[in-house]
Write a protein that binds this ligand. Sequence first.
Ligand code: ADP
Ligand code: ZN
Length: 433
Amino acid sequence: MIWNETMECMSRKDMRKLQEIRLKKTVERIYHNCEPYRKRMQEKGITPADIQSLDDIVKLPFTSKKDLRDYYPFQLLSVPLSEVVRIQASSGTTGKPIVVGYTRNDLNIWGEVGARCFTAFGLGRNDVVQVSYGYGLFTGGLGAHCAVETIGGTVIPMSSGNTEKQILLMHDLGAVGLACTPSYALFLADALLDSPIPREEFQLKIGAFGAEPWTEGMRKELEEKLGIKAYDLYGLTEIIGPGVGHECECQNGTHLCEDHFYPEIVDPSTGEPLPPGKTGELVFSTITKEGMPLLRFRTRDLTSLNYEPCSCGRTSVRMNRILGRCDDMLIIRGVNVFPSQVESVICEMPQLEPHYLLVVDRVNNLDTFEVQVEVKEEFYSDEISKMLDLRKQIIHRLQSVLTISPEVRLVEPRTIERSQGKAKRVIDKRSFI
Ligand code: ADP
Ligand code: ZN
């Protein structure tokens, strides 16, 4: 099912035209209503009249996470505070949070794009959906909540935590959909297996997972463990929250709601635009938002875009799986390593649980790199030779993917700390030296 066929299946030509009109309007509005942006544009010697086509977007300045901190809390608003009906803030990082203000109309847009996502996952007005993303300043909970309400489904506003109750309500209320981070879904999958209630008594069929990078291997694990179809839901606070993009039944790329959020891919080190298909940093300009519209916001997310039409009927551009954030990339002994590369190796090996931790340190000026991973109950053995053999296999596979050789520590099942929100999978002790 498609929620908004007009927008999701529009010809590429018409989409570009629409984006152009909306971009021009947004630039105009920002220029006249947001002082920091006006100053930036003046410094670059441009006015809204210089933006006549989508290609002119490269003339506009970038916006970074740092800008959102520097202009904390309200200087990047393009409307008076009286127009703002909701505040959300970014979850992760330390220091000042990143604060975003939404007008009534922005919340309607959020509901609209969220509805496109949940409809594409196969959910509708007859479905009960458990939202186990955290509620509060984090956009996950309220964003998914609003999406389910917009499609007319029945939302269970669970938030994260309280696992026993999660399982009880999922069962008693007949939840068909589950929306949470993939790492929390793994945690719930184990809880479900441990629960005395047989799996057949649950109605669960569809997962709406996002807010952190996850691999194809992790999708397989989740689909098998939970007996569901697991779909990608993408979003970020600065742009709107969950709803910026979603997978469809083809599970072959994440469709972006590009009539609201115009995407570009740039070289992360130079900021130069890259051609379609090339991997680089994803950049968004919001082209319909009123409260805090952003121009050329650098997400730090590394991915590539595919403009081919999809077999689901949608023509909207698809984003390939996010490799990670530029900030997630570890440089170990001079080699670039993404946690997602380690995850894909771990998920391929039937002896391992998808729970892992990367520990990086520096001893005598040399980087050390250890991968801790849980071994499945049935493969965990007291026989040292068996464990040594398994360890060797893992090191071998990791080395061929990463080109450097890590230490591997096999640990017993259920010993690595579980996450109820975004998983923390890297401990880099080098940053504390
Ligand atoms: P924070 O930056 O504090 O984590 P957000 O909650 O806004 O704040 O997180 C947005 C980020 O989460 C995105 O920029 C991206 O890195 C990550 N993310 C969100 N959804 C996905 C997804 N489906 N796949 C991979 N990464 C995702
Ligand atoms: Zn599709």
